[in-house]
Design a protein around this ligand. Structure first.
Ligand code: OFO
Length: 170
């Protein structure tokens, strides 16, 4: 059975979200490279894993659109230029990005609700839950990196720990 096709306006909002997920993936790839340059391969691995998770988010949205015979189109990817003074800044950039994504998901939710588009409710609810987990995870890591305050041994300890952490655990 083919679910009901969504409106053009809602399709545009979903398409923008797909692009945001790719932007998040590339942002995390860039942050991984920055941390690799600082000899923190565990943190770099953590960001690379997070980039993979973001690609999965994009795939989830694309599937929702194609299932409903809507048309996913990946838009232009724009990334901020990054110059890190401290390691904590990498995680602050990630937290700010996650907060923006959460706000965008809420806007998507409001639009779908206004259009009584009940078929998109499960996928949007999934993203709302996911964002709560992602913000909490990144915020906790930021808190811990801030605590060690660029102290070498503290950073090396966290680096070893994050090498094995799943950024999507919640
Ligand atoms: Fe890290 O967030 Fe996607 O949605």
């Amino acid at each position: 059975m083919i679910a009901m096709k969504m409106s053009e306006e809602l399709e545009t909002a979903f398409v923008q979200q797909i692009t945001r997920e790719y932007e998040a993936a590339f942002l995390y790839r860039q942050l991984a490279a920055e941390l690799e340059l600082r000899d923190l391969p565990g943190m770099a691995t953590w960001f690379r894993r997070h980039a993979e998770i973001e690609l999965g988010h994009a795939d989830r949205l694309i599937k929702h659109l194609t299932d409903r015979r809507n048309h996913p189109v990946i838009g232009d990817i724009s990334l901020p230029s990054i110059k890190l003074e401290t390691v904590a800044e990498a995680f602050q950039i990630a937290l700010d990005a996650e907060r923006e994504v959460s706000e965008a998901i809420r806007a998507l939710c409001r639009l779908a609700d206004a259009q009584h588009d009940y078929d998109s409710r499960p996928v949007i609810d999934w993203f709302i839950t996911e964002q709560i987990g992602e913000e909490a995870t990144v915020s906790e890591v930021l808190g811990r990196v801030t605590l060690v305050d660029d102290d070498g041994s503290g950073l090396l300890f966290l680096d070893a720990e994050l090498a094995g952490d799943d950024p999507d655990q919640e």
